[in-house]
Design a protein around this ligand. Sequence first.
Ligand code: CA
Length: 648
Amino acid sequence: MIKSNMLGNYFCTVITVFLAAMLMAACSDKSMIPKITSVPYNGNADIFVQAVPNLPDNFMFGADISSIIALENSGVKFYGFNGEEQDIFKTLADAGINYIRIRIWNDPFDSRGNGFGGGNCDVNNAAVIASRAKKHGLKLFINFHYSDFWADPGKQMVPRVWARMSIEEKASALEQFTFDALKEIGKYGDIGMVQLGNETNSAMSGENNWNNISLLMNAGARAVRKYNKNILITVHFTDPQANRYAIYAGNLKEHNVDYDVFASSYYSFWHGTLDNLKDQLDMIKNEYGKDVLIAETAYAYTSDDGDGFANTVSDSRALYHPFSIYGQALSVRDVIAVAADTGAIGVFYWEPAWIPVGSDFTTNQEIWKQFGSGWAAIYASIYDFRDAGTYFGGSAVDNQALFDFSGHPLPSLNVFKYAKNGASMRANLIDTIPDIEMMQMLNEPRVLPNSVYAVYADGSRQEISVTWNQLQLSAANTLGDYIIDGTAGNTNIKCFLSVENENFIVNGGFENRDMSRWVMTGSISNSGHAERRTEDARTGASSFHFWDNEPLNFTVTQDITGLTPGRYAVTGYLHGGDGGSSQDCHVFVQNESGYYRSDVRLAGWKSYQQAVIYIDVGASGSATVGFAVKCAANGWGAWDDFKMFRAD
Ligand code: CA
C-alpha cells in the first residue's frame, strides 16, 4: 500500500476535508499512473490508451459474459461499432478480446426447473456460449464454482446433491462432474483454461479446512489433466489488499495442490492499489513459480443505474479515475499495464455485457425471474435464503459494462485492441470536473477554493478556476449540510459543504490511509479482517470494516489530548449483520471523570445506528475514545463517522 504521511499532517491541522480529498485523489495512486505525454494527440481513436510495454502476443484479453444467453433470452440486443445489430461475440473479437470466461454452477434450478438467476449458468449454458465463442476464434476459460449458485469469500455453499456426502465421496463426485462438464463443453468450444473454485479465500464447496479443500481441488485437477493435459489449471482468490496471498499459496503448496495459474480479482474500488496487487502477484511468481492472472476486473463508466436495481458502485469520489468512458478505459489500461509488468498471462473483464433488460423496475422483475437475467431470482431462496433469496434482483453492474444501457459498445471496449500499440484522439478534452466535498468549522471563515481540478480524456489533471454562488455560501452560517453551486469553465459543479463544530477525533471517518492515531487490540483469524476499507462508507468513501468466520472480539481506541475543559459529545455509527444474539458492539469514552459507553446493534446493511456519549473533560484535557465489537462468527459490519465536539 502506498502511504502518504503528508496526508496525516493535513488532517491533523483540521484543514478542510476537501483539500485532503483532493490531495488523496492527486497523490494516492499517482505513482502507478504513467505519464501520458508520449501519446501524440493526432490519432483517430475515440479514447486515449498509452501503449503497454512488454505485452506478449499471446496475452489473454478475456471477457466473462456468463449471463449473455439469459440476457438475450430476455430480449436484450447488442450492436457492433457500426451501429448495426451484431453477435456480441464478434463485437468482442473485433475489440481485441480473445478469451471468454464462463462460470459453471452444478445445478442452479429448483425441482420445477425454475432458474436461480445470475444467467442460470449450468453446463448447458456454457455449451451454448462455447459454440458461439468458437465461431469467432475465442478460447474458453471455464470457471467451476462447485456450488449450485454464487461462490465468493462470503459463501461457498455445497451443491445440494453433494451435501450429505463424505469428503471422499464429494471429491469423487467433483472429479466426475468436472470431467463430464469439460467433455460436454469441449464438444462445442476450445477450452484453454479451467478454474477450480471461485474466490476460494477460506472455503470451497462447503469445506473450510485446507485438508478437505485441497482434496477437492486435486480431484478437479485430476479431471482436467485426464481430459486434456494442455489445459491450464487455475486457482482463484480475491482481496489482494488483505495481503494474504502468501498464506493461500503456502496452503496450496503444503497440500500439494496441482495447479498452474494463481488468479486474483482486482476491483480498484475495493482491492487496494495496483502497486500492492503487483507486489502480491510478484511474490507468487517469484516464490511459488506459478503463472499469475487477473481473472476479474471492471470499472464504472457512469454513476447511473440502468435497470432500477442498485449497482455495487456508484460513487467515484475516492477513486483516481472518474466514472466516465475515458476513465473506464484508463482504469482497464492501468490493470493491463500492471499485469504485463508482473508477467501475468492475462486480464479478464467481468461481465462487460450485463446491461439492463429494460428501464422499468417492475417489468424488469418479471423478466429477471422468467429468464434468470438478474443477479438472483426468488427461486434461489430454497438454496441461499439469506442472501439471494432475500435480495434477489437485476444487474448490479450495468454501470460497469462496456456496452451502454441499450447494447451499443462503448469506445472503452476497444482498450483491449489498443493496449499493445496505444491509441489517441485527435485532441485532448476535459472529461469531467469532479464535485467537491468540504467540512468547515462553524467559527471558520466561509471561503471555498478558487480553483478545482479538471480531469482530461487522457487522464491528465489541470487546475481550473471556479466561481461559487456567494449568496448560497453566505447563507451557510449555522450547523448543517449545504450545497453550493459553482461554475468552472463551462461546467456547473457543486460543493457539498458540511458546517460543523470542531471534531477532535483524527480520521474519525477513516478517509485517510494514515490510521496511526487509531490503535487496535484483539485478534482476527487469517480469513477475517478488521481494518480501514474503501467499502460500505456512511459518508465519504471509507469505513472501518470487519468480518470473520470465527467469533470477533476487538477494540479500537484513540487518545485525545489538549482539550479545553468542558462538556463534549462523542458519536459514531455502526452498520452490519449476523452478529448473533449475544453481540456486544459499543462506543466508549474514558477519562478521569469515568467510563461511559453507548451500545449499538448490527441492524442490517447500510442501516447505520448511531452511538452517542456525553462526557465532561476536566483539567487533564484528555480522553480515550474507542469502539468495540464482540460478536458471533460470520458477523460483519463497519464503523464510520466518529466525532467528538464541544457540546456545552
Ligand atoms: Ca443496476
